[in-house]
Design a protein around this ligand. Structure first.
Ligand SMILES: Cc1cc2nc3c(=O)[nH]c(=O)nc-3n(C[C@H](O)[C@H](O)[C@H](O)COP(=O)(O)O)c2cc1C
Length: 193
């Protein structure tokens, strides 16, 4: 085995950068999160992992709802700011124009191209991490990022959405061009002997 062991690191890369929205003590709060993943398509499940001490965490504990807002690279500065200051010390409620999820009234960010209204299904606590597994109740997309097709409507390409990616080298990245089509590229390989 020609590998160098780097140690115990959750080196899954890249991760999407999202802004989690939740009402805390009666007003919207937004925090930056890199630990966000899809847990299933049907039902539509997502998971986020928050430090139990974060201001946002208490709000989600209380309401059982939150939003996932996906910023674009042009929103990097305000997104990083939401990851540098706590709603406990700074009022982050007026940083964005807020709209409310129709089913839960959870706060979402108007300026982000995509926002998911989520309801918590399970909460898992591991040491200081609170992991919220949630069902997506609705997916709100800004009209300029919806493509009309013969079969209906679909989300614009990642290159148009221009999301912020993050890696454990503490750098933000943007996406490159597509390199293939899912479920269509695989051909039977020659076995390695
Ligand atoms: C790039 C980046 C990624 C982050 N990812 C997470 C994360 O996945 N989970 C988490 O609990 N905090 C994460 N944070 C830290 C929180 O965003 C930060 O502590 C924030 O101030 C908490 O705000 P709140 O107290 O208002 O909830 C991240 C911060 C940055 C800058």
């Amino acid at each position: 085995m020609e590998k160098i062991k780097l140690g115990v690191i959750p080196l899954v890369y890249p991760t999407p950068i999202v802004l989690i929205g939740a009402d805390v003590e009666g007003r919207p709060n937004f925090t930056e999160v890199g630990d966000c993943a899809i847990m299933g398509i049907e039902p539509a499940l997502v998971a986020i992992s928050l430090n139990a001490a974060h201001y946002t965490t208490g709000g989600i504990d209380g309401s059982g709802t939150f939003s996932i807002n996906i910023p674009h690279t042009g929103q990097l500065s305000i997104t990083d700011y939401c990851g540098r200051v706590s709603g406990r010390d700074v009022d982050k409620s007026a940083l964005f124009r807020v709209f409310r999820g129709e089913q839960t009234q959870t706060p979402l960010i108007e300026e982000c191209p995509v926002g998911l209204e989520c309801r918590v299904r399970e909460t898992v606590q591991i040491e200081q991490r609170r992991i919220f597994i949630a069902e997506v109740l609705e997916c709100y997309v800004s009209p300029s990022f919806v493509a009309e097709t013969e079969g209906g409507r679909r989300i614009a390409s990642l290159n148009r959405l221009d999301p912020i990616l993050y890696a454990l080298d503490n750098q933000y990245y943007c996406v490159g061009p597509p390199v293939g089509v899912g479920y269509q590229e695989g051909v039977e390989p020659t076995p390695k002997t």
